[in-house]
Write a protein of this length. Sequence first.
Length: 233
Amino acid sequence: MQFSYLVTFESPDATLRISAADFSQVADIVKATPKLRRARLYTPEVAKDYYTEDGPSPPFAMQLDFDTLAALEATIAAEGHLQALARLPLPSLAGCTVTQQVMARRPFPVDDPVLAVEEGNVPCSFLVHYPGHAEDFDAWLNYYLAHHPQIMRFFPGIREIEIFTRVDWIDAMPWQRMHYMQRNKQVFDSAAAITAAMNSPARHQMRADFEKFPRFHGSNVHFPMATHTFNFD
């Protein structure tokens, strides 16, 4: 298990995109982050789910993975490295609301993790979050972790499954703190592969399992995102 810093730039403008210049500036700062183990920078994609239509994906998001919570918190402290990211003007994302959350990252197995991405393209992730609350959170989370990722494994073409669960954290970043009760992420070769998976028999199994969740208020939100990955030793 690792700890992930999850940042999302949100805008009501469905056409908004991060520019190449802004993306490069963000990537340069991120890649120099002390003790960072892996970074994923997300840009919007389009895919079709059989059951949900949650609108356009956000113009930009990040997932920064660390081995320890202390290492992560050091980068978002008052004098932390990622304060430089918060100070970037990023003109292409002007007017965005920026939200943040630190969560524990729980990977789950898949049968074929080897990506088969066409040259010049990047994989695509299906990012999901649960913004509501459960009447008995412990029962809800226990059920979810014991059932839902095990069904995700049957999605055709799935390359990676991660479940993110809540932790308490401290930071000095200027961005809005979120407290989603849970998030998950599934990685595929492309947006077309997401569409195929989200219209497969496994998707109907997922929906049937969703109906068995312990009672909770609120639903879930799904966004397909092109996934740019940087790994560090």
